[in-house]
Design a protein around this ligand. Sequence first.
Ligand code: AMP
Length: 441
Amino acid sequence: MTKEKKKKVFQLVKGMKDILPEDEKYWSAVWEVVENLALKYGFGRIETPVLEMADLFARGTGSTTDIVEKEMYSFVDQAGEKLALRPEGTPGAVRSYIEHGLINLPQPVKLFYFCSMFRHDKPQAGRYRQFSQVGFEVIGDPEPVIDAQLINLAYQIYTSFQLQPSVQVNSIGCLECRPAYEQALKEHFKKDRNKLSEISRERLSKNVMRILDSKEEEDQPSIAKAPQQMDFLCEACQKHFMQVLEYLDDLQVPYFLNSRIVRGLDYYTRTTYELWLGEEEAGRQSSLGGGGRYDGLVELLGGRPTPASGFAIGVERLILQLKEHDLKGKERRKPEVFVAQLGNEARRKALGLYEELFKAGVLPVESFSKSGLKPQLEIADRLKVPYTVILGQKEIIDGTVLLREMSGGIQEVVPFNKIVPEVLRRLGKAEIVYNEKSETR
Ligand code: AMP
């Protein structure tokens, strides 16, 4: 062994990613759209913890779902509690609704979240082990208009960016009418058992509807001939679904009926939907988001019977689309004036000037650790600021500053106490304030 230990260079954990400042404009743009839509439709923000009891997801999401069976990060903590990193947002939001007695508020309660999810999924483009979802949930209302409004909201997240997702809608019935459909599916797929993929053979006994969701080549002929859910919906579910579609027509949201949208989770009832990139899904990772009605979940998690509906979309997948379509995102405000200083005394004065400029509504930028003027002006050039204010020893003695116009290099001496209004005037900001005042005079 060598005496000196080899220095370890740490790397990202597999499936994780860093979000660097260059991507900030996309994240800010998504956040702005989501916040505006939340405001427009009256949703309040909820933030639940990353850690929950693992059982919340086993019960809520469903113990036979891929998420819980294969993908959930769960562990036993120092106190012996079995915890999990949240793999999806709905069970936490519902737990919170029950725990804080939100049922006592006027119903429905409308919640939205923007947070990280964790799934031990197979990493690839658009699929990570930590990713962000935006979710909207309406708890406490059984009406089909709620489902249609939520679909419209999900659709608008994309159309706000001039993206046109295709909305794939289905109804998977309720606890009354679904068992008969599941039975018919079982009988159908049992006949084809030997031709089905291994995973679908497994699902035959555990979660037969999930076979409809299969992307395996060998399952496709049998899926194409499978009984249709529509033929098994009870009268109430049929009526509910027809009304959802009518409202979507009224809202001018184009949609496709797709009997294969069963979603992977146990809690869905009636309306289910996904938003895809095109009419035909190229693979699981092209699903932008999805959701549906979950009328049984609140009761399943210990609350009073309470109907609910919601969706979640993947933020990384949306951002991939923004980049692919060359959409700009929300550009960060550009710095307007560089504050340069020469010598310790000037630096001390410049620190205060920086704060004053910002307070007055100017975005300043600086490099106070540098001492020479040349490197500071180089940075100012690189940042393309229109002006630089320069504080040197002479200016400190004279009580002035130099104001340099960067494009032509012209410099002017300005009294220190006049520099903020002068910068505002040059940037066209002072005039706005002046005009506003003069109008009210
Ligand atoms: P789900 O909760 O599985 O319905 O997922 C809703 C949306 O979250 C999907 O349509 C994706 O956009 C996104 N999503 C799901 N899993 C991942 C993942 N592993 N990486 C990135 N995005 C994901």
